[in-house]
Design a protein around this ligand. Structure first.
Ligand SMILES: [Zn+2]
Length: 426
């Protein structure tokens, strides 16, 4: 079993080791992935909510040839062995030197230590216990067993956590026996008692938190370098709190600032005034939409009157067939319903070509003996298209190239039906 060097020195970046075991893990497209066990390792395997390290193993042959083997992943198995995944094999017994990707690891240590601190402050201030932790690519989350969090409490916890960061309190590690851990837990000093037997590793933030953990942590709270609470949302366990520490907090704040600056520029206002300005613009947009609807209705009335003069009934049937490039789908639907309620024996066959595909509408005045929805659906099916509607109004999206043949087909069918209806009063 590998000696885990990060237990005693989480700041160890380079180490030497010997390959203890190697297996082929998978093979795809001629490329194998190997899993390598070392006699000792500083690589952290995915566990306890903290993702694995990355880095490189280097082997030097007797002739001086150097083989660099990147680490793709690090996992631990159920027996506690640490496996380093690589795409190059290394013979068992080979001496290697390992170097971990320090930027990635230190970032993980900041987020992970920040989680200890944040969970402790939530527990102390609000009696909100952490039930799970996830360290993600850009932000991390903890789930708290509470119903809700007020914005006042969110800001208060964030401020207290940052005060403890500024106090630069020591973060220390020690090993205790199971019975010592149980005594600490019973006395209320230990936040959680793990299931495991044997030696238990405790992480302490001076005067703030004592917790059992096998992860990697910073030396003092100052190295967490700031903690920013982000989204708060309901979760299965209660409330999920998203947070970022260290440079991630700077990156997040920088991105928010850039987004806010862009929004302020687009609406020509100062950043601080954006909420009020956006509210004002939304109100104006709502009013404009109402005005537009009213104007559409008035326009549709005039338009209907004009079209009924322009298009005469033929054989007792009036077919108003028009295509509009400058009217939207809402307008032609409105116009179709106005036309067919304004005059008997009237069919509206309208399209808006403002967009591709066009929007086509078929409506009739309700006193004609065909079903608009059915006819429209069957006619569209000839072109492999779909659409439909009620007995008197149907609509669908039609690529513009099919519009003319589709309307020809519908109009011919309607006129055929009319031709065989005898004694029509129209
Ligand atoms: Zn930890």
């Amino acid at each position: 079993m590998a000696e885990r060097l990060y237990y005693s020195d989480p700041f160890l970046r380079k180490f030497s080791a010997r390959v203890a075991e190697i297996h082929e893990l998978s093979r795809a497209g001629g490329q194998s992935v190997w899993r390598v066990a070392l006699d000792r390792t500083a690589f952290y395997p995915t566990s306890g909510g903290q993702p694995h390290d990355l880095g490189i193993l280097t082997a030097t042959s007797r002739s001086g040839a150097v083989l660099e083997v990147p680490i793709l992943a690090v996992e631990e198995d159920e027996h506690g062995e640490v496996w380093h995944h690589t795409d190059k094999p290394l013979l068992a017994g080979t001496e290697v030197s390992g170097e971990i990707d320090w930027t990635r690891r230190f970032d993980h240590m900041q987020q992970h230590s920040g989680q200890h601190l944040l969970s402790a402050v939530f527990e102390r201030e609000l009696h909100a216990s952490t039930v799970s932790f996830h360290l993600g690519e850009t932000s991390s989350t903890i789930d708290l067993d509470v119903e809700s969090l007020s914005s006042h409490n969110i800001e208060r916890v964030e401020r207290i956590a940052n005060e403890i960061i500024a106090e630069d309190r020591a973060v220390t590690m020690r090993n205790v026996s199971r019975s010592e851990a149980e005594a600490l837990f019973s006395a209320g000093h230990l936040r959680k008692l793990p299931d495991r037997e044997g030696t238990i590793r405790l992480i302490e933030i001076a005067g703030c938190d004592l917790n059992a953990c096998g992860g990697t942590h910073v030396r003092s709270t100052g190295q967490i370098a700031g903690l920013l609470l982000r989204g708060i949302e309901r979760s299965r366990h209660g409330v999920r709190v998203e947070f970022v520490c260290g440079l991630r907090a700077v990156t997040a704040a920088r991105q928010d600032f850039a987004a806010l600056t862009r929004i302020a520029g687009l609406i020509s206002t100062h950043r601080a005034d954006t909420p009020a300005m956006v509210e004002k613009l939304l109100h104006e947009a709502k009013t404009s939409a109402k005005t537009k609807q009213k104007l559409y209705e008035e326009l549709a009335n005039y338009h209907t009157a004009r079209l009924l003069v322009e298009v005469w009934a033929k054989d007792g049937l009036r077919v108003v067939r028009r295509t509009f490039a400058d009217r939207d789908a809402d307008y032609i639907k409105l116009l179709a319903s106005r036309l067919t309620s304004a005059a008997p024996h009237t069919v509206a066959l309208l399209a808006s070509t403002q967009q591709e595909p066009a929007c086509a509408v078929l409506a009739h005045s309700g006193d004609l003996d065909f079903n608009a929805g059915q006819l429209f659906r069957e006619s569209l099916a000839q072109f492999g298209l779909r659409g439909g509607g009620s007995a008197t109004l149907a609509q669908g999206n039609v690529p513009q190239q099919y519009l003319a043949p589709l309307f020809d087909s519908i109009e011919a069918t309607i006129r055929d039906v009319r031709a065989v209806v005898p004694n029509d009063p129209a």
